[in-house]
Design a protein around this ligand. Structure first.
Ligand code: ZN
Ligand code: ZN
Ligand code: ZN
Length: 107
């Protein structure tokens, strides 16, 4: 007597991620992975965005830089005045400053 195995290969679950086979990038949409593979690993645009969910890639390093600063830096508006670190939450910045720059913080 055999047990019936339920096939759970339905692609409609939506929560599954598409992992790039050549780098740690993951994408929630298959089209993003395809775009990423075509542009990044085909060598057309070797500078891929370091943000894991972002499928963008660029042929020039300067283009990548401006993309990151214009798109993703908005997600981390709290910048440390002692170093170049940026944070999404003000509490994270305060914690960072107290940890790393305590001697510079004037009381
Ligand atoms: Zn990749
Ligand atoms: Zn990006
Ligand atoms: Zn800092």
């Amino acid at each position: 007597m055999k047990k019936h195995l339920r096939e759970s290969s339905s692609a409609s679950s939506g929560s599954s991620k598409y992992q790039c086979s050549m780098c740690p990038h993951q994408f929630s949409q298959r089209s993003h992975l395809n775009q990423h593979m075509k542009t990044v690993h085909a060598g057309i645009r070797p500078y891929s965005c370091p943000v894991p969910e972002c499928p963008k890639a660029f042929g020039k390093r300067s283009d990548l830089k401006s993309h990151v600063s214009s798109v993703h830096d908005n997600e981390r508006p709290f910048e440390c005045e002692f170093c170049d670190r940026k944070f999404a939450k003000k509490s994270n910045l305060s914690r960072h400053r107290e940890k790393l720059h305590r001697d510079k913080l004037e009381r």
